[in-house]
Write a protein that binds this ligand. Structure first.
Ligand code: UDP
Length: 455
């Protein structure tokens, strides 16, 4: 009897945070749409709290443990403690997971993981698997970190930095982890670790699309051969080639999408400022207050995502005072909101996902970067892609209400808006082109799949 050909099986291992799960989930679904069998790894905590075992996704889910099965990173005493536990328990449980799969009828053939899960790459290589590392930062940011890792750049603390393929970057444009390096030691260590054994990866992938930064992609490609992948946002919002793919599918925060969407549906086109600072940002009370009064002073409608953990920082009585103009929610379906006609601009912290999602949906941005890679993304939004305006820090460091009001008005009204809109539409078209049949991302995914299969 002839044996049935086995479907190639890829295992995808992301860092268990919202900004990492989202692009990796969508990328995995693209791989499944190309005929691979895909298993996506989450932590036990995420799997249980989101009830993924009953998912109808074409993607399969499996689990490893970060050592905090009851509360995930929230349960850990510090970032250092979380990362150390993820490393030791993650390593052990990924080994167990691979042993289980390798003795099943559909063993894993290839693995894709985030390069700063150094231990994952080691485990995969111990099993002799073909592995790819997927960098989920912008290519420019990755290049800056790499130069810093190799000490090829001048000391970033001392002044502006010039690097091939990038505009001149002032200190305020650099990732906060390297200005100065001791600010966030655990994060910096984790970021730097991603370059330590990347040569073990058979393929290097980066979350961007070619035309978004061809120069920096070319510069980075001279260091190692890489494939640009993206934007990996639900297909419905770009090329619509994957059926029923209109949501990332895992929200780590509790969501009631209908509240935001029905509120937006009642607002005129281009009339709403959408405000979100991502999944992990922790804004101080003073800054929250300035944002609140800046939004009120702008006099536009606004939809503001304030996570439950941040709610107590809102000025007393603010939500009631602005009830005719603003809606405050704890979480929202961000991509769906950006796609709403009612949204005129996006006040964002410039996390890489939020940034590439706004570029993909053609929404102008007011940027209020806070830490990590956000300042660099904001620099590109304003000066390279020219789709936004950066709200300037004034002392403290804090962005004052008058500045927020000014930037919102620039993005919502008149000449500056027209220019941003024109550019936003251009980037949206190029994002669609990249993921559509024959586009740069589509071709790179085909190339990866065929090289996987032939390796
Ligand atoms: N997000 C969302 N709803 C919200 C806020 C954020 O779905 O109310 C999603 C957003 O679409 C993005 C991710 O959470 O994909 C956040 O990632 P990003 O890189 O922008 O920021 P981080 O959370 O890592 O700072």
């Amino acid at each position: 009897m002839e044996e049935e050909a086995k479907t190639a099986h890829v295992l995808v291992v992301p860092f268990p945070g919202q900004g990492h799960l989202n692009p990796m989930l969508q990328f995995s679904r693209r791989l499944v749409s190309k005929g691979l069998h895909g298993t996506f790894v989450v932590t036990t905590y995420i799997s249980r709290s989101k009830n993924l075992s009953s998912s109808t996704d074409p993607l399969r889910f499996d689990t490893i443990s970060d050592g905090f099965d009851e509360g995930g990173s929230k349960q850990a005493a510090s970032m250092e403690a979380y990362l150390s536990s993820l490393h030791s328990t993650g390593r052990k449980t990924l080994t167990d997971l691979l042993k289980k799969h390798q003795s099943s009828s559909n063993p894993i053939d290839y693995v894709i993981c985030e390069p700063f899960l150094l231990w994952a790459l080691d485990v995969e290589k111990n099993f002799g698997l073909v592995a790819a590392g997927f960098f989920t930062h912008a290519c420019a940011v990755d290049n800056i970190f790499y130069n810093f890792y190799r000490k090829m750049s001048p000391d970033p603390v001392s002044g502006p930095v010039s690097m091939k393929g990038l505009p001149t970057l002032e200190l305020q444009d650099l990732p906060s982890f390297i200005v100065p390096p001791e600010s966030y030691p655990a994060n910096l260590k984790m970021i730097m670790s991603q370059f330590a054994n990347i040569e073990k990866a058979d393929f290097v992938l980066i979350y961007t699309f070619y035309k978004l930064g061809s120069e920096v992609v070319e510069t980075r490609s001279k260091i190692c051969s890489l494939l640009t992948i993206g934007p990996t946002i639900p297909s419905f919002y770009l090329d619509k080639r994957i059926q029923k793919d209109d949501d990332y599918g895992i929200d780590l925060h509790t969501i009631d999408a209908s509240i935001s969407i029905s509120w937006l549906n009642m607002k005129p086109a281009g009339s709403v400022v959408y405000v979100s600072f991502g999944s992990i940002d922790n804004i101080n009370e003073k800054q929250m207050e300035e944002i609140a009064w800046g939004l009120k002073r702008s006099n536009f409608y606004f939809l503001w995502v304030v996570k439950i953990s941040e709610e107590a920082k809102l000025p007393k009585g603010f939500a009631e005072e602005v009830a005719d103009k603003g809606l405050i929610v704890n979480w929202s379906p961000l991509v769906k909101v950006l796609a709403s006609e009612a949204v005129g601009c996006f006040l964002t912290h410039c996390g890489w996902n939020s940034t590439i999602e706004a570029l993909s949906l053609g929404v102008p941005m007011v940027t209020l970067p806070r830490w990590s890679d956000q300042p660099t993304n904001a620099k590109f939004v304003e000066d390279v892609w020219r789709v936004g305006i950066r709200a300037k820090v004034d002392g403290d460091p804090i962005v004052k209400r008058e500045e927020i009001e000014f930037c919102i008005k620039e993005a919502m009204e008149d000449v500056k808006r027209n220019e941003m809109m024109k550019n936003s539409e251009k980037w949206r078209e190029l994002a669609i082109e990249a993921v559509n049949e024959g586009g740069t991302s589509d071709r790179n995914i085909d190339k990866l799949v065929s090289q996987f299969i032939n390796s």
